[in-house]
Design a protein around this ligand. Structure first.
Ligand SMILES: O=P(O)(O)OC[C@H]1O[C@H](O[C@H]2O[C@H](CO)[C@@H](O)[C@H](O)[C@H]2O)[C@H](O)[C@@H](O)[C@@H]1O
Length: 286
């Protein structure tokens, strides 16, 4: 007897971890039953790329590109959704010109920028004038704190404290003054793993993911992230589920951020765990 879609999905999920929630189990079942209508959304730093002290040295996990190239042709879309400029994520990820990744999408600056592998071009809005204004005022505000500035192509500016003598204390001390500075110039502060990013309002990873899922009329979604900036994408998956589109929420686990663990259907061990999960998925989706 030929097995039905549900039975096939059940068999195919045998070697995959079981999500801890019924909603997550439903999300995985839907993805396996109809992969060609599934969107896979993935954060970059801390999810595909291990966290390192110098952001310029961050690179995708050594097996990430091969695994994504195996998975992408089997699903509707793989989209990397990151706070990084799209072009930087493409470069540090090694995503360009890879067979299998011809349709990869990278949504940079929390979705404000878009890079498509098909064209290799980035589309982006005009820079917000507040970014140049805060950039000019930051050196005086950061003087003596041990924090340092990451330039983000004039579209945002990130203040990092990971390499300060007491990273968490400096992060905590800077949060209020940086928020005041950002607000004064029409920007918002996006807190992350020992980073406070000053960026334009109006876009987040939730809007980016939801827009992408709707563009493709996807029937299921998997989103994996590790940091506070991924919470809007988690909420977007919750909203999609409430509206009848199954989804699976994956936390790339770390000791630094615990908020996503509580909301995830599946917690894996950092980028190596994410890559392992995606590899198992790619192998199951024949
Ligand atoms: O949305 P993401 O892809 O997670 O990007 C968010 C921020 O990630 C980067 O900072 C983080 O990774 C660095 C390199 O591992 C690490 O040194 C830093 O402590 C982390 O917060 C990036 O530098 C930021 O610009 C992104 O906004």
């Amino acid at each position: 007897m030929v097995p039905g879609a549900a039975e096939r999905a059940e068999r195919m999920s045998m070697n995959l971890p079981t999500p801890t929630t019924p909603a997550g189990q439903e999300g995985l079942r839907a993805l396996l039953a109809e992969p060609s209508r599934a969107v896979i959304g993935l954060d970059f730093d801390g999810t595909l790329a291990p966290i390192v002290a110098d952001p310029e040295q961050a690179r995708a996990h050594p097996e990430a590109v091969a695994v994504l190239a195996a998975l992408a042709p089997k699903v509707a879309s793989v989209a990397v959704i990151t706070g990084r400029p799209a072009e930087i994520a493409v470069r540090y990820g090694g995503f360009a010109g890879v067979p299998g990744l011809e349709h990869l999408t990278v949504l940079g600056h929390y979705g404000a920028e878009r890079w498509d592998a098909t064209t290799g071009e980035v589309t982006a809005p005009e820079p917000h004038p507040g970014v140049a204004a805060v950039r000019a005022e930051l050196p005086a505000l950061l003087d003596g704190t041990g924090a340092w500035i990451e330039e983000k192509g004039g579209r945002a500016v990130a203040v990092h404290t990971r390499r300060a003598p007491d990273p968490q204390a400096v992060f905590d001390a800077l949060r209020v003054p940086l928020t005041e500075l950002a607000t004064h110039h029409g920007l918002i502060v996006e807190p992350g793993r020992l980073v406070l990013e000053l960026r334009p309002p109006g876009m987040d990873k939730g809007v980016a993911l939801l827009t992408h899922v709707r563009e493709l009329s996807a029937a299921s979604v998997l989103y994996a992230g590790d940091d506070l900036g991924d919470l809007p994408a988690f909420s977007a998956v919750d909203d999609l589920r409430a509206a009848g589109t199954p989804g699976l929420l994956v936390c790339s686990g770390s000791d630094e951020v615990t908020e996503l663990r509580k909301r995830a259907d599946l917690v894996v061990d950092g980028p190596a765990g994410v890559v392992g999960l995606l590899r198992d998925l790619a192998e199951r989706l024949t």
